[in-house]
Design a protein around this ligand. Structure first.
Ligand code: AMP
Length: 446
């Protein structure tokens, strides 16, 4: 199928061609015709599948072909969980709608009210907003949502995770009863189905990604490493692999700052992206990262939601997320639109439970990468099974004599044949020397 066959406005076709898209992605093939008919839609599609264009293209088409309200009150509302995602959707609207004379604005907190008030006053066709600031404008009567023709709830699962349900309900009350509703979510959880029942009417249902499966084009690996050696390991991997663009996920904001400081101190340009940063700092960090002015962006889950970077090759989970579904979202930052990407998770011995939960959710075991010089004692083989007490070494320590990293043993491994740090340079438990930095690394073949 081609974009031409979808019957889109010629201005959209040329914008899409300019972006270099040759064929619509599966979600686009199914969602675009559905949205064009005016039906409600319940769509499960992960980020990275082209879901944004799947709703932006048909809504732009409808706006371009049906004349606007004389007062230019907003006709389309896109609600997103984060500022970054709102900005991302707005960027898509600007890109795909470059040849149409439509007006849009992105409305979120953390920035001044006045420019947003002015935008509403001038008149808008499309509003892309996070709930809090939009409600402020609606309560101040700056935003009139009574002419909305199409309402889109993007990343609805995350909206619910972030506790936006009450805000969503408040927004829904401000919309006219007769309208088209589109709900996009990475998964169809029971909560999503309940929400869908509350405002979708006979929706067409599209489920592109099977529930909680991770993007196939992402090579996923885990590496076992002691918590206190993680920062060293990160520097080692970036330098050794000459990685130029790395997105690192940290659980906590202050942890993200510490990782950044460590990278910068080691000559690797890095910036943090999290909720304690001002919107200006967040926008600058993302722009610097996209333009390759810094090599590493260290983000917390919420701040990173919606980040879309072309060809992002490396994602590092510095810590595993507490919520297994967040793992799917995190690694979805790479391997986008069919390109290859790599996601490596650093797993400390106290993160086994999180690892188990993730593997259960994604229904697969993640292969192990052992990085020479960073393999903790006793942990390497047991990584995908229960931790075992250390056995006396057979054949003496350092038997492998400092070669490159060893492949991890298969599941259920060979008891008693390891785990063992190789070459005597691996960090031990307390008081161990710092990790060696002379080793190579390769993937375990599982
Ligand atoms: P999304 O899932 O909306 O976050 O999109 C992921 C990435 O896919 C974005 O970088 C888009 O620019 C890109 N993309 C969207 N549609 C297509 C397409 N039909 N062909 C190639 N890339 C696409």
């Amino acid at each position: 199928m081609t974009f031409n066959e979808l019957g889109l406005h010629p201005a959209l076709l040329s914008a899409v061609a300019k972006e270099g898209y040759s064929t619509p992605t599966p979600i686009q093939q199914r969602a675009i015709p559905a949205v064009l008919t005016g039906t409600d839609l319940l769509a499960a599609a992960q980020t990275g599948t082209g879901k944004t264009a799947a709703f932006v293209l048909p809504i732009l088409h409808r706006l371009a072909t049906v004349p606007s309200h004389p007062k230019r009150q907003p006709r389309v509302l896109v609600l997103t969980p984060t500022r970054e995602l709102a900005a991302q959707v707005a960027e898509s609207v600007a890109t795909y709608g470059a040849h149409l004379h439509l007006r849009h604005a992105v409305i979120f907190g953390g920035v001044g009210h006045q420019p947003q008030v002015d935008a509403f006053k001038r008149g808008l066709d499309i509003v892309i907003a996070t709930p809090g600031r939009l409600l402020e404008h609606a309560n101040d009567r700056t935003a009139d949502l009574s002419h909305i023709e199409t309402f889109i709830l993007d990343e609805a699962d995350r909206m619910l995770d972030m506790g936006f349900i009450h805000d969503i309900k408040k927004v829904l009350k401000m919309l006219p009863p007769k309208r088209q509703n589109l709900l996009f979510s990475a998964t169809f959880s029971d909560e999503i189905r309940t929400l869908a029942k509350q405002f979708l009417h006979n929706p067409q249902e599209i489920d592109i990604a099977p529930r909680n499966t991770t993007v196939e084009s992402v090579a996923q690996k885990i590496t076992m490493v002691e918590q206190r050696h993680k920062r060293e390991l990160l520097v080692h991997l970036i330098k050794q692999g000459d990685w130029q663009q790395v997105l690192v996920f940290a659980r906590m904001k202050h942890g993200a700052n510490r990782i950044c400081d460590h990278l910068n101190a080691n000559g690797i340009g890095a910036a943090a992206l999290h909720g304690n940063k001002s919107q200006t700092a967040r926008t600058k960090a993302l722009a610097d990262f996209k333009a390759n002015r810094i090599r590493v962006l260290v983000a917390t889950d919420i701040a990173a939601r919606g980040i879309d970077i072309d060809n992002l090759p490396h994602v590092i989970n510095f810590e595993l997320p507490n919520v297994p579904e967040d793992y799917v979202h995190r690694i979805g930052r790479t391997g986008r639109a069919g390109l290859k990407g790599e996601a490596l998770s650093f797993v400390a011995s106290d993160e086994r439970q999180e690892l188990k939960d993730i593997q259960r959710v994604i229904k697969r075991e993640i292969p192990v990468l052992q990085v020479e010089g960073f393999v903790p004692r006793n942990d390497a083989i047991a990584i995908n099974s229960e931790p075992r007490p250390a056995r006396p070494p057979q054949g003496g320590r350092g038997r492998s004599g400092g070669g490159a990293a060893k492949a991890a043993a298969p599941r259920g491994g060979q008891p008693g044949r390891g785990p063992r740090p190789s070459g005597g340079g691996a960090p031990g438990r307390s008081g161990a020397p710092p990790p060696r930095r002379d080793g190579g690394h390769r993937s375990g073949n599982r």
